[in-house]
Design a protein around this ligand. Structure first.
Ligand code: UGA
Length: 439
């Protein structure tokens, strides 16, 4: 089938590439002409393992093309997926102005005598589908034939290709038989359980899923705090809990809290949606509070261990919000480094992929002269009074810790992701402080 994607960000580009991989003809569009030019030359706008090869393969085979024209997307695509950015407004509410703008452009370009399926792929508040439909009704020339459906995306950055090619479920929110049948056809080659529902329920599934996963992380982080006070070990506690299939082991990893472009934004938006509909979702407000606190608590522990941080070199390893991505959006590293600088430390930061983006994200932190970006783990650790593992990149977890021990001023390690083998590091002479664990 001929499919169009409007918005070639993480979700749009990966979805488009995977549709092409499954044999569809796909046109990926974006309003950023420079990004589209880059994609035509094979330059990816972000780091995602496996994406570049998949894009190149499908572009060479002619199944994947790029354009900056919404008109072209609507003229060509039997189904048009909207995957534009829905950033948070200062109130936490999702900014739907891009979705609105695109809906209007779609309406104005709907072809005569052909049906078009408009699919919401972006994470949007419940009832956005109705607004998209109303916008299209208002701006479409008379007699055009279209449907609006919701098909939320559950991919994670870093594993986006696998998540999309092998989804555990495909949610098809459609209010007409025609829309449902079209989406079923589009996903024919994909595995995964199908969840057929109305548009509103599909929209809600996405927000509720992300809010639930964020709650799971905050829950385990709260338990970690109690573990620290009681001497229990969160890693053993999480394992013991996760073996119960009703709880399940994933997203029970204690650490410095969740970041990224999805959970923080979607939890805020969900609180706002609920409030708008007359329900105060206080549970989620607490989830946010616990999450925010984890970063400060981490720095408090470093400060307590070092007595004070003034003029002390501290290595921060890993800056992206998680491994295998260069995404710095709401990365815990920013708050942690900001706090370390405020307390007087000299920060030496390393990340294997995202240093350019990290520089940009941290350009306003003060004092800038106390912040240095290093090209290797070794360089970051040289002379450090404490080493903080913030993002569990394999390059960092698998570093030569015996050698690093010889480079630091003091072998004091804070593992913000409980990613390191504590016994092995202790044997190599490190003092290891995990989250929710003692020495
Ligand atoms: C998240 C969801 O997992 C996806 O299903 C969803 O499609 C996506 O948001 C989205 O809405 O677009 P993502 O933000 O890419 O995906 O990354 P995750 O792997 O979910 O990690 C989010 C954050 O939680 C990271 O900072 C990670 O370090 C943290 N995390 C995750 C933990 O602290 N503990 C865990 O056990 C799991």
């Amino acid at each position: 089938m001929q499919l169009s994607i409007i918005g070639s960000g993480h979700v749009g580009l990966v979805t488009g590439a995977c549709f092409a991989e499954k044999g569809h003809d796909v046109l990926c569009t974006d309003s950023d002409a420079e990004k589209i030019e880059g994609l035509k030359q094979g330059t990816m706008p972000f780091h995602e393992p496996g994406l570049e090869a998949m894009v190149r393969r499908n572009a060479e085979d002619g199944r994947l093309r790029f354009s900056d024209s919404v008109a072209e997307a609507v003229t060509l695509g039997q189904a048009v997926f909207i995957s534009v950015w829905t950033p948070p407004l200062p109130s936490g509410r999702a900014d739907l102005s891009y979705v609105e703008k695109v809906s209007r452009e779609i309406a104005e370009n709907l072809p005569e005598n052909e049906h078009r399926l408009v699919v919401e792929k972006s994470t949007v508040p419940v009832r956005t589908g109705e607004r998209v439909l109303r916008t299209i009704e208002r701006f479409a020339p008379k007699g055009r034939d279209y449907d609006v459906a919701s098909n939320p995306e559950f991919l994670r950055e870093g594993t986006a290709i696998r998540d999309t090619m092998e989804p555990d479920r495909i949610v098809i929110g459609a209010d007409s038989e025609k829309a449902r049948a079209l989406l079923e056809r589009i996903y024919k080659g994909f595995p995964g359980e199908r969840v057929f529902c109305d548009v509103r329920s599909a929209e809600m599934i996405k927000h509720a899923s992300n809010a639930f996963l964020a709650s799971k992380i905050s829950f385990i982080n709260a338990v970690a705090r109690v573990c620290e006070k009681s001497g229990a070990d969160i890693e053993l506690v999480a394992r013991g809990m996760g073996l119960d299939p009703r709880i399940a082991p994933s997203f029970l990893k204690a650490g410095i809290g969740y970041g990224g472009s999805c959970f923080p934004k979607d939890v805020s938006a969900f609180i706002d949606i609920a409030r708008e509909l007359g329900y105060e979702f206080r549970l989620l407000e607490e989830v946010q509070r616990i999450n925010r606190e984890m970063r400060f608590h981490f720095v408090d522990r470093v400060e307590k261990e070092l007595w004070n941080l003034r003029d002390k070199p501290v290595a921060v390893l890993g800056l992206a919000f998680k491994p295998d991505t260069d995404d710095m959006r709401l990365a815990p590293s920013v708050t942690i480094i900001e706090e370390l600088l405020k307390r007087g430390a000299h920060v030496r930061a390393f990340d294997p992929v995202t240093i350019p983006r990290a520089r940009e994200a941290m350009q306003d932190l003060q004092p800038q002269e106390s912040l240095a970006f290093c090209n290797t783990v070794e360089d970051a650790c040289k002379g450090a009074e404490a080493v903080l593992l913030v993002t569990e990149w394999p390059e960092i977890v698998g570093a030569d810790w015996k050698k690093l021990r010889t480079l630091v001023a003091s072998p004091t390690l804070f593992d913000g992701r409980n990613a390191l083998d504590r016994a092995e590091l202790q044997a190599a002479g490190w003092t290891v402080n995990g989250v929710g664990t003692g020495q």
